[in-house]
Design a binder for this molecule. Sequence first.
Ligand SMILES: [Zn+2]
Length: 284
Amino acid sequence: MMRLSEPQFSCEQILDECVAGITGNASLRKKLTSSKPDLMAAGDEYLVAVGTGELYTIPPIDTNMDDDPVVINALKKSELVKVYDQYFVSKNKPARKMYDALLNSAKENCPFCGGIGTPRNLDHFLPKAHFPQFSVLSRNLVPSCRDCNMDGKGHDFATKAEDQIIQPYADKDRFFMDQWIFATYHADDEREPGVFEYYTSPPENWSEVDKLRVRKHFEDFDLAKRYSTKAAEQLGTVLSQIKKMELANLNKDMIRDVLLQPGVDAAPFVNHWQKGMYQALMHI
Ligand SMILES: [Zn+2]
């Protein structure tokens, strides 16, 4: 649930670079070139659908009768997957620099888990096996860490509005601007020195669907457990800082002002695990 900045390449630029890399397959080169307007139109449709929370209404391709159907113009599923695998990802092809630029745009922070992990590869937000028309659409290519990687898990796609996870490039601002991840600190837990319990609590005025979506995102990426682990790693340090301040006769209000509030303020974005952790410690 970290916002990624818009990709610096247009749909057309990526397609042009892929075409430029096709050297030994004249038929594919010709088909991809003539399919550009249709692929770009599909990309526009994708973007509009994300913005209104309706990406789930775009139907997957039908492979019931034919495992390798024609998807767009004369391009088959296998050809669109090949464009991605051989002419976009391949290290010796001109489009590879765009792959690397997209991967680097996340600046080492996986947008799905909010920077807990470092992106290792680009992941298809809508999987290319079911939506091959978006196989090289930049906004469908999300840098993701090993734990969040959806391609690797052969992930499914949402068929209901409430099952949609957050799209880092183009989803509604509210998911990135409003706080919906919080934590409670249980000092009395049998595990010393206590544990953080993370949970979702979106603003009341959100729609029911949006509330369910953040919960789905939170659960799909196992964020309660991963954030709790992350906070536990820092807890010892923070508690010893609090202890020192208490020994120096600082009262609770002063400790909040000097240590905890700055910790809240230093969180890099609103739903960062660190924000929840310091907020929770304000209540002890
Ligand atoms: Zn991740």
